[in-house]
Design a protein around this ligand. Structure first.
Ligand SMILES: Nc1ncnc2c1ncn2[C@@H]1O[C@H](COP(=O)(O)OP(=O)(O)O)[C@@H](O)[C@H]1O
Ligand SMILES: [Mg+2]
Length: 215
């Protein structure tokens, strides 16, 4: 479970949002909505320990994330956190298998166990048998499905998706949302920043960052 208490973020004089008290349950998809510039990415980055909020606390399974020292933050990110971005964040010049390799090694899977996990995750995203293909040759939808396969291998308990379908057609959008749904059903907490009304409507909870903007 992810909880924020009186979370606030300001850059200098400008407060992006304040007084955020959220409870995000495992098993649920939460949509993060709000106009461009309202601070959705910043909130995800605070949850992902990439930025420090200026006030309040974030807890994940009762551990306080805000205030973790760098070593603990690095371990939390390695063991529990999965990120999905609009622009996929893959190594384009490498093969699909090479892109998944880092996640496999982090899970200490090698040899035949690694190959089995790799082919299973590719099958789940509809890319069975395509391990050796170079990422730069794939379509956007295929690249995002590789990024999801990388998450499936990692099995994070907190998934932060920043406009993950922003560059996808409806078919790939539906596939990505359904894969994220599967991760939630496996027990993960899934947060999706999105502009897409259809994606928002697939989620169990909706948090509008705009409701927490000081006016
Ligand atoms: N390091 C920073 N210093 C100052 N302002 C920032 C910084 N990072 C982001 N911002 C500002 O915070 C606002 C929210 O950005 P962002 O979280 O990316 O919004 P969203 O994802 O909702 O479009 C933007 O106006 C952006 O310019
Ligand atoms: Mg953003």
């Amino acid at each position: 479970m992810l909880e924020t208490r009186d979370l606030t973020m300001a850059y200098g004089e400008r407060t992006l949002w304040s007084g955020l008290d959220l409870t995000l349950k495992p098993g649920a998809l939460t949509a993060l909505t709000g106009p461009s510039g309202s601070g959705k990415s910043t909130l995800l980055n605070c949850m992902g320990l990439l930025e420090k909020p200026t006030g309040g606390e974030i807890y994940f399974d009762r551990r306080e994330l805000t205030g973790m020292r760098s070593g603990a933050a690095r371990r939390f990110r390695r063991d529990h956190l999965g990120y999905l971005f609009q622009n996929y964040a893959l190594v384009e010049n490498a093969s699909i298998a090479q892109n998944l390799d880092i996640a496999l090694r982090a899970r200490k899977r090698r040899g035949s166990a690694a190959r089995a996990a790799l082919s299973e995750s590719l099958e789940r995203v509809g890319l069975a048998g395509r391990e050796g293909e170079r990422v730069s040759r794939l379509s956007g939808g295929e690249q995002q499905r590789v990024a999801v396969a990388r998450l499936l291998v990692k099995e994070p308990s907190l998934v932060l998706a920043d406009e993950p379908t922003g560059a996808l057609d409806q078919g790939n959008t539906a596939t990505v949302v359904s894969l994220l749904r599967g991760m939630a059903q496996g027990g993960a907490c899934v947060v999706i920043a999105t502009h897409d009304d259809w994606v928002r409507d697939q989620c169990d909870e909706i948090v509008s960052v705009d409701d927490y903007v000081a006016r």
